[in-house]
Write a protein that binds this ligand. Structure first.
Ligand SMILES: Nc1nc2c(ncn2[C@@H]2O[C@H](COP(=O)(O)OP(=O)(O)OP(=O)(O)O)[C@@H](O)[C@H]2O)c(=O)[nH]1
Ligand SMILES: [Mg+2]
Length: 223
């Protein structure tokens, strides 16, 4: 019985996610579900991406947190449209929460939408939001063994960013064995190494974003 209830919840969520996807497509919005442990650098990546695409791509943001509006305030300082969702204890966003945020966001004016999920490597992997790509950040201080411990999250990711590579000299993080572990779970995920602090590798990430945007959005690549 319990299994059936869980299945019902997930299937209801998927139906709403499908509706979200159709809405985003109709508005030509390219949407990314950004997931990671707490503090891995999700908000930093959004701000760094926005800085580099300012004047080129219109970006909007949905911030998901258990509580507070701290991340939304940071994003709002960059003059980006942003909605904060507080889950009030819930460990993930779901399609219904996301759909309600769409009612308030000016989707007509947004070409690239970041949905920053609640920080953890477990529940966000299970709930579809209706986005186009799932991006996972793993920061080097978390350790290179995480694909073994949280396989579902690594399995569902389209892109995996190893963030905080500026800290590599101080840590025992083996990028090769990390990438090998990822490939054992997910052959298709692209892996980028970045630092939101120094900017290293960010241009490759930006190029990936631009290559995956809706074809109707024409962007001049940065030098
Ligand atoms: N050294 C280093 N620090 C970073 C990097 N990226 C982010 N940080 C720092 O890591 C901390 C957390 O960054 P956030 O961007 O807030 O992380 P988050 O994933 O949004 O965190 P939550 O929303 O709380 O889950 C901040 O102090 C950032 O300055 C990086 O590439 N290198
Ligand atoms: Mg954040």
């Amino acid at each position: 019985m319990k299994v059936k209830v869980l299945k019902d919840i997930l299937s209801a969520n998927e139906q709403i996610a499908e509706r979200n996807r159709r809405l985003l497509d109709s508005k030509r919005v390219f949407a990314i579900n950004l997931m990671s442990s707490p503090g891995a650098g999700k908000t930093s990546l959004i701000l760094e991406t926005a800085k580099r695409l300012r004047g080129k791509v219109r970006i909007g943001v949905i911030e998901g947190d258990v509580s507070s509006s701290l991340d939304a305030e940071k994003v709002s300082q960059e003059k980006l449209p942003v909605i904060q969702i507080n889950t009030g204890g819930g460990c993930h966003l779901d399609a219904n929460m996301t759909s309600r945020a769409f009612d308030t966001l000016p989707l007509e004016d947004i070409e690239l939408l970041f949905i920053e999920n609640v920080g953890n490597l477990i529940c966000p992997a299970e709930f579809e939001l209706g986005v186009h790509k799932k991006v996972l950040l793993l920061s080097t201080p978390e350790g290179d063994d995480k694909p073994y411990k949280y396989p579902l999250m690594f399995h569902i990711a389209d892109v995996i960013l190893i963030n905080k590579i500026d800290l590599l000299p101080y840590l025992k993080f083996d990028t090769e064995s990390f990438s090998k572990a990822v490939k054992g779970i997910n052959q298709n995920a692209e892996i980028f190494q970045v630092s939101c602090t120094t900017g290293q590798g960010i241009q490759d990430w930006i190029s990936w974003v631009m290559a995956n945007m809706h074809p109707s959005v024409s962007i001049q690549p940065q030098e």
